[in-house]
Ligand binder design. Structure first.
Ligand SMILES: C[S@@+](CC[C@H](N)C(=O)[O-])C[C@H]1O[C@@H](n2cnc3c(N)ncnc32)[C@H](O)[C@@H]1O
Length: 265
């Protein structure tokens, strides 16, 4: 199967052209049906139409995933409960409901300001890739009973949005943080595995997959976004546009020999 390329087109048509059981990881952030302006498409359908649209690409996603494959889907609060049920109805295996917490965003004056989006994580079977050692974060405390190689990052992840002042920010209304995508890719794929993002937007999933030596395919209906993705892939750089603040923490020494003995690695 051809890899490392972007497809301009409607995912509903394009995903049908991909072969059975060829993809190791699907990581995607589809339109949430909240009326966003994506240039040549407005993210707004009647809810029953949006449900039909979701069912179509999710059914195809199951067909093209390998038996050991995983799928992560970002979703807003209005549809996430329905999406969770759709995954179950299609026979995917539940593995996690991840909350992406961010500290900046729109303010509300009658109600709580939204500060999270969620990511549903399902697998095709119970035999799936999960590389915990590749995504550990420093422990809070230095003590023997902790694994000093690092802690499991848990299912609440803090990454800031890519702010307008960030030099890596591009002209896409919903650009996702690269470090967040990196965690998903490292955990749920291996080098040379193939990753698909059927709603690739500014290309984030493919940019990170490329940096991590995975194969990739990205689809978007807007040709301007495909151009944007192509130029991001070509740009050489080592640093990601974001990080989890816990990655910089140093385990605290509890100053008590009985609890802090242990090797760092
Ligand atoms: C939430 S954005 C993805 C943002 C992306 N994660 C990023 O970091 O830039 C959703 C994308 O889906 C695209 N899209 C909407 N409907 C589509 C369809 N039927 N087929 C393919 N792409 C579609 C939009 O153009 C938009 O770029």
């Amino acid at each position: 199967m051809k890899t490392n390329y972007f497809i301009t087109g409607d995912t509903i048509n394009e995903i049908k052209k991909l072969p059975n059981a060829a993809i190791d990881l699907i990581c995607t952030d589809p339109p949430y049906n909240l009326g966003k302006d994506y240039g040549n498409n407005i993210d707004w359908k009647q809810w029953h139409e949006y449900e039909k649209f979701t069912l179509e690409w999710l059914t195809e996603s199951k067909r093209i995933l390998r038996d050991t494959g995983s799928i992560y889907v970002f979703m807003g609060v209005k549809f996430i409960s329905r999406l969770f049920l759709m995954f179950q109805e299609l026979g995917f295996h539940f593995n996690g409901w991840i909350t992406w917490h961010y500290t900046q965003g729109m303010g509300r004056i009658k109600g709580f300001s939204p500060r999270h989006e969620d990511i549903l994580y399902f697998t095709k079977s119970d035999d799936f890739t999960f590389n915990l050692d590749d995504i550990r974060i420093p422990q809070k405390y230095f003590r023997t009973r902790n694994n000093m190689k690092g802690a499991n990052p848990g299912d609440v992840w803090e990454f800031s949005h890519i702010h307008y002042s960030n030099p890596e920010r591009v002209k896409h209304p919903t650009q996702k943080p690269e470090a967040l995508i990196k965690r998903i890719i490292l955990a749920s794929s291996n080098i040379n595995d193939t990753i698909l993002d059927p709603f690739v937007g500014s290309g984030t999933t493919c940019v990170v997959a490329n940096l991590l030596n995975r194969k990739w395919i990205g689809i978007d209906i807007n040709p301007q976004y495909i151009k944007m993705s192509e130029s991001r892939i070509k740009k050489e750089r080592n640093l990601l546009d974001s990080f989890d603040p816990r990655e910089n923490r140093k385990p605290k020494d509890l100053k008590e020999a009985s609890i802090n003995q242990g090797n760092l690695f």
